[in-house]
Design a protein around this ligand. Sequence first.
Ligand SMILES: [Cu+2]
Length: 147
Amino acid sequence: MANKNSTLTHLLFVLLVAVTAFSVACGASDDDERNNADEDAALVSQSGHFEAHLSPTPASPVTGENTLHIHLMDPEGNDLTGASLAVEPWMPAHGHGSPEEPVVEEGSDGMYTVSNLVYSMPGHWEVRIDITHDDTSDRIVAEFDVQ
Ligand SMILES: [Cu+2]
């Protein structure tokens, strides 16, 4: 009997830890969304390998053609040069992307310019940025409310 009780207690504890961990993860993603609205905050990639400052042009993205300037860094804030970026605009509510293929060009000092970034309609869009540097790949997801 004591054994069963302690097993049950253990299970409840595991469950509680799992629920707590899930809440913390949700909290972190809320923080990310807040960060996305703040142009000065660095976005962190999903596995923590890269960070980026994003600067859209126009500053409030619009339906049609936009440009996105990305300052890519390692977690210590050093410029990350020589990375390859694949950029995909995505509208989660409708499950569709962009009719156009974004073009990525690397500048100096860890700056990358994404042109031909086309949002086909107003609303909430993700910009999924898949980054590969040396043998490390990771994804940054930025979110924009497109006018
Ligand atoms: Cu849509």
